[in-house]
Ligand binder design. Structure first.
Ligand code: ATP
Length: 282
């Protein structure tokens, strides 16, 4: 296997009875990459990710995660993979600091619990019992537990669901810090702006198939899509045109108006636009 790959998947398949959840997925994730898996409800994201995490058995296909088959990993593999689960509710009576220290004990080379608590923005809550945390604070604790073992590869399942906008931005900074420190990150999300803000590449999974993998800017040939130019005529009527050469049109409009063009905007399809087209077409 290529040492530059954190994850390599070929021909992955998984069915639950008659329901085919994963219908032949091929995927490579490079070391140090932030990879986002997008797809509508029931597309097969969780099934795929849980097979990579070693929590579900596959029906067919080749899977390598940090060089091991997750179904039969090498000793110590589990400690190299961080998993952020949704809600670790069974430690309600312990404090944040206690839970993080408890988890640190599971790893051969754990990070400093106090530093990790601070890093996820819970320093002020270190002595709070976990059942008193808000939803967003609980998710931060989940992240602390996912990174306490200094994982080489971190899986995050819908990490910012329920966060307020400020908490999401702070969380994104944390993910960027981890990525900058060399951690490979695989996240699932329903937020297109999150994928765009964080991911080096996104994979769109629909009906158990990976329909496209690309950097967010290139997904769905977004860069080549026509630009939409909007402005107002001198009597205030809104006008819109589509163009492959928007600069030429804007130059022409500027000449026509003798300077500023009222209400001028130039837009290209957003990631959400191309994503919705992509999943709607299938
Ligand atoms: P979501 O965005 O809603 O979390 P997902 O992309 O993660 O969806 P999966 O949870 O992988 O999708 O589900 C894929 C398909 O497999 C769905 O049709 C789902 O109903 C089915 N499925 C998932 N887990 C099981 C299970 N344990 N038993 C039976 N069917 C399952």
């Amino acid at each position: 296997m290529d040492d530059q790959l954190a994850i390599s998947v070929r021909g992955l398949r998984k069915a639950y009875g008659d329901t085919v959840a994963v219908a032949g997925v091929d995927l490579d994730v490079h070391r140090g990459e932030v990879f986002a898996l997008l797809g509508p409800n029931g597309a097969g994201k969780t099934t795929t990710v849980e097979i990579l995490e070693g929590f579900r058995q596959r029906d067919a296909g080749e899977v390598r995660v940090l060089g091991s088959d997750p179904a039969n990993p090498e000793a110590n593999w589990r400690a190299r993979v961080g998993i952020v689960l949704q809600g670790t509710g069974e430690f309600d009576e312990l404090t944040v600091g206690e839970v993080v220290r408890h988890f640190a004990g599971f790893y051969p080379d754990a990070d400093d619990p106090d530093k990790v608590v601070e890093r996820v923005g819970l320093a002020g809550k270190a002595k709070a019992r976990t059942h008193t945390l808000s939803g967003g604070q609980k998710r931060r604790l989940d992240v602390a537990l996912g990174i306490i073992g200094r994982p080489e590869l971190l899986f995050l399942d819908e990490p910012t669901t329920g966060f307020d906008p400020e908490a999401r931005r702070e969380f994104w900074e944390l993910i960027r810090d981890l990525a900058a420190a060399g951690t490979t990150i695989v996240l699932t999300t329903h937020y297109l702006d999150e994928a765009e803000a964080l991911a080096d590449r996104v994979g769109v999974i629909v009906g158990g198939r990976l329909v496209e993998v690309a950097p967010p800017k290139e997904l769905g040939h977004r860069q080549e899509a026509l630009a939409t130019i909007s402005w107002r005529t001198p009597d205030g009527t809104p006008e819109t045109a589509q163009s492959a050469t928007p600069t030429a049109l804007v130059t022409e409009l500027a000449a026509r108006f003798g300077g500023e063009v009222p209400g001028l905007t130039v837009t290209r399809p957003t990631l959400e636009d191309v994503y919705l087209t992509m999943i709607g077409h299938r």
